[in-house]
Design a binder for this molecule. Structure first.
Ligand SMILES: NC(=O)c1ccc[n+]([C@@H]2O[C@H](COP(=O)([O-])OP(=O)(O)OC[C@H]3O[C@@H](n4cnc5c(N)ncnc54)[C@H](OP(=O)(O)O)[C@@H]3O)[C@@H](O)[C@H]2O)c1
Length: 326
């Protein structure tokens, strides 16, 4: 079978290759899944570069999520059938034609959920949901500020906001994105190339100040969001897209008693009890089946065109995810 592989950590354009490797088979309690689609996420590319929170042994196949169909049932697996569409939860190495997964980690895909949506079930929608609904518990009518609002995750946050009735302040780096995000339901958009984040946030939120924010850029943008927090405000840091550390003003944090803390889906998957994970994934699937949550897709490439696909996934100004299909 074909598999994208890397022998050493480094720039994806230099180290990723498509190789012919032996097709695995399902052991007892396992299922062989023929993958149909998987996204290229920033976490995949950080893993290839060797700068992610958990790293595989080398050589390795990237890919932390995807969807496919049951190709072979291992001994003792009775609750699934050949051809059934499934999402392997928490199984890595999905940038290959097949992957073996424990049967207990496979989520059946409901009919109304497309392959494209199911392929992106875990990383972005689940993180967007957990941060806004569980961690920050953003209430109807409350403001949530998000940076990198044009990202796939940011667009899912807009869908969750519509569903749950909270208001969003969306920070982007280019003015062109403002109108597009407004048509997707963004209440306010701040463009960092021409506006001051704390000043605009104070105009929007008034005396109450900003209470809740999710931040994925870092550097000056992240620090400006800390400056914009009101008394008792909380900012979750979940990405570092600029690669820059945040020059945070500690004084401002002291006198607003604000909190800045990290969120990592990988940690939630490790720590959350199985029944909690089932409840949240069930809620997400329901919202995907009713089309309330549909993560956007910009392009699809076959596995064999991995380098073109990675190049596309790194282009600024995309409107959705790049998927590897087939
Ligand atoms: N902590 C977690 O558990 C977790 C889970 C999922 C995702 N994430 C993180 O969430 C973030 C978004 O992921 P995604 O898959 O939704 O991303 P994506 O669809 O690939 O989009 C990337 C976005 O980042 C913006 N961006 C890139 N470099 C930037 C910079 N220097 N300054 C400002 N904006 C910049 C791009 O802006 P343009 O539109 O202007 O190009 C684009 O909107 C990533 O950092 C990812 O690692 C974290």
């Amino acid at each position: 079978m074909q598999s994208v592989r890397f022998q050493e950590f480094g720039s994806p354009a230099e180290v990723l290759r498509v190789e012919e490797v032996e097709k695995p088979s399902a052991g007892a309690g396992q299922v062989l899944v023929k993958l149909r689609a998987r996204p290229i996420n920033p976490s995949d590319l950080l893993t290839v570069q060797g700068i992610y929170g958990s790293l595989p042994e080398l050589p390795a196949t990237p890919g932390l999520e995807g969807m496919g169909e049951v190709a072979e049932l291992g001994e003792g697996v009775k609750h699934l059938r050949a051809g059934q569409r499934v999402i392997p939860l928490g199984v890595s190495g999905t940038w290959a034609e097949y992957v073996v997964a424990p049967a207990a980690r496979l989520i059946p895909v409901p009919d109304p959920v497309s392959d494209q949506t199911a392929a992106q079930f875990v990383v972005n929608p689940l993180t967007a949901w957990l941060m806004t609904v569980e961690e920050l518990a953003v209430q109807p009518g409350e403001w949530l500020l998000q940076t990198a609002a044009g990202s796939t995750l940011g667009r899912v946050v807009l869908q969750i906001a519509k569903q749950r009735g909270f208001k969003t302040i969306n920070v982007v780096r280019r003015r062109q994105q403002a109108e597009e995000l407004k048509t997707l339901g963004a209440d306010e958009v701040i463009c960092t190339d021409e506006e001051d984040i704390p000043e605009r946030v104070r105009e929007i939120t008034g005396r109450e100040g900003l209470q809740k924010a999710i931040e994925a850029v870092g550097g000056e943008t992240g620090a400006a969001v800390v400056d914009a927090l009101g008394r008792g405000g909380v900012m979750l840091v979940y990405g570092r897209l600029s690669g820059e550390p945040m020059p945070v003003d500690g004084g401002r944090m002291i006198f607003t008693s604000s909190t800045v803390r990290g969120f990592w889906l990988g940690e939630w998957m490790r720590a959350a009890p199985p029944e909690r994970q089932q409840a949240v994934t069930g809620e997400m699937l329901r919202a995907m089946a009713t089309q309330e949550i549909v993560p956007p897709v910009e392009a699809e490439y076959p596995l064999s065109e991995i380098l073109a696909a990675v190049e596309h996934s790194e282009r600024p100004g995309r409107s959705g995810k790049v998927l590897l299909v087939g």
